[in-house]
Design a protein around this ligand. Structure first.
Ligand SMILES: [Zn+2]
Length: 100
């Protein structure tokens, strides 16, 4: 029953491929995360499916919340220079202040 192992082409972390309601493929982190916004379940043919829970269609008992891998991928984070770059800028400022 274990899903086939898949890995992110960018960071090589394990991922799970799901199929969205629009028929697109969405990579999610393999472990459920309550902060996730993708409701993932396995349909009758064994395919992992995902959708975005809404007020009309909230999370059901057989779905688990997962984070889309795109939100946690360290390779992608590096490309976008998000929190890591911000921290580095702060360090620069601190250093400048102490040398003054
Ligand atoms: Zn990745």
């Amino acid at each position: 029953m274990a899903p086939p192992a898949a890995h992110c082409p960018d960071c090589h972390h394990p991922i799970r491929w799901t199929r969205t309601e629009a028929g697109r493929r969405l990579a999610v982190d393999p472990d459920p995360d309550p902060a996730g916004n993708a409701a993932v379940w396995r349909d009758g043919t064994g395919t992992l499916r995902s959708r975005r829970p809404s007020a009309d269609l909230p999370l059901t008992g057989w779905e688990r919340l997962h984070l889309p891998h795109i939100a946690t991928c360290p390779a992608r984070r590096k490309q976008l220079a998000l929190p890591v770059g911000v921290t580095r800028l702060d360090d620069h400022r601190k250093n400048r202040r102490t040398t003054r």
